[in-house]
Unconditional design. Structure first.
Length: 352
């Protein structure tokens, strides 16, 4: 069922998504206020700018492809007909609430992520290091991968792919909101998306607070991964390892106590892997080719997260287990909600 031409019907069907997002934002505000922290809308405004830029780039890209394909005599008339039609305007209006949810969600998550040390000390790294070593026969996961990945050019490529993950948060969710994928799959994706940021990236990250290999020395004074960081710095002298700059930025913001967009340090669980896995769960229903692509992308992100010293291997395992559970829970929640929506209609249809 395609509800993109009926904004009221679509909003009603997506109500659990909006409720989950509103609850998350309210909880973040309440927790921040309990610690005397109040933040404005700067992060939301910045995130909205990124979303608008993403929409512009996607429209320009699509228009360029269509102009090349059809070669119309009047590109302007063609563009107005393609994007300015009543049908397209209705579809954009129907998708707007989901876009707003995504614009607001990330700044609130960043603010909460930065507050984790206020609610729980970073005390789980030793446990996750031990679990990794148990899985890899006494060795750290990065050491096991190093013979295959320990080349500066390979490391730089993995860092590049790791940064491409950001596309899932902007063009990716725009695609999910506007593209004509199955209604139930779209709703399941966005409900799982909101729950993943709040449950996996919020609750689980707070309970199992940890900093990860790259921050173990500067924050915890633990040099267990000094050799890995030394390799990454050496590789950076030959090829730019983009993730190192981000790690330095995150550390600076941690010491400054910043809570804006892109702030906060936490390793367990990995939101990179959680979101990449969620995309695989979703896109395999769109096409087999898309499913294979996102499965491969998720594996690259997982391996890259270990090799680039962001995460322990078990961070990815926990992320996948949690998101798989949320994916199933989302289906049940939406099925229950649909029954609630249709029940009045069924009742009215019964004879007196």
């Amino acid at each position: 069922m395609d509800d993109r031409l009926d904004p009221k019907q679509r909003i009603a069907g997506e109500a659990p998504i909006y409720a989950a997002a509103a609850l998350l934002c309210a909880l973040c505000l309440a927790l921040a206020a309990s610690r005397g922290i109040f933040f404005g809308i700067d992060g939301v405004v910045s995130n909205a700018g990124i979303f608008l830029a993403s929409v512009a780039v996607m429209l320009i890209g699509d228009l360029s492809i269509q102009l090349y394909r059809y070669r119309p005599p009047s590109p302007l008339t063609f563009a107005l007909a393609r994007y300015g039609s009543r049908t397209n305007r209705t579809r954009m209006l129907a998708a707007l609430p989901l876009a707003i949810v995504c614009v607001v969600l990330m700044p609130f998550f960043s603010a909460f992520k930065a507050m984790i040390p206020l609610f729980n000390n970073y005390s789980w790294d030793a446990t996750f290091i031990a679990l990794d070593r148990a899985l890899f026969f006494g060795r750290d996961a990065w050491e096991v991968f190093q013979p295959l990945l320990g080349f500066p050019a390979v490391t730089a490529l993995l860092a590049f792919f790791y940064h491409l993950w950001m596309l899932l948060l902007y063009p990716g969710v725009i695609f999910m909101a506007w593209y004509g994928i199955d209604r139930d799959i779209r709703r399941r994706f966005f409900l799982s998306y909101v729950l993943a940021w709040s449950f996996v990236g919020g609750l689980v990250a707070t309970i199992f607070a940890s900093v990860g290999p790259c921050f173990l020395a500067p924050i915890m004074s633990d040099n267990s991964f000094a050799a890995q960081m030394a390799y990454l710095e050496a590789a950076n002298s030959q090829f730019p390892i983009m993730t190192l700059d981000v790690q330095h930025m995150l550390l600076d913001r941690y010491h400054e106590g910043a809570n804006g967009l892109g702030s906060g340090i936490t390793a367990m669980p990995s939101m990179h892997i959680a979101i990449a896995f969620l995309y695989w769960l979703t896109m395999r229903h769109v096409s087999k080719a898309a499913g294979r692509f996102f499965l491969g992308f998720m594996v690259i992100i997982w391996i890259g997260s270990v090799h680039l010293a962001y995460h322990y291997f078990v961070d990815g395992l926990v992320s996948i287990i949690c998101v798989a559970a949320l994916w199933k829970a989302s289906a049940r929640i939406l099925r229950w909600w649909d029954q609630r929506l249709t029940q009045p209609q069924l009742t009215e249809a019964l004879p007196a």
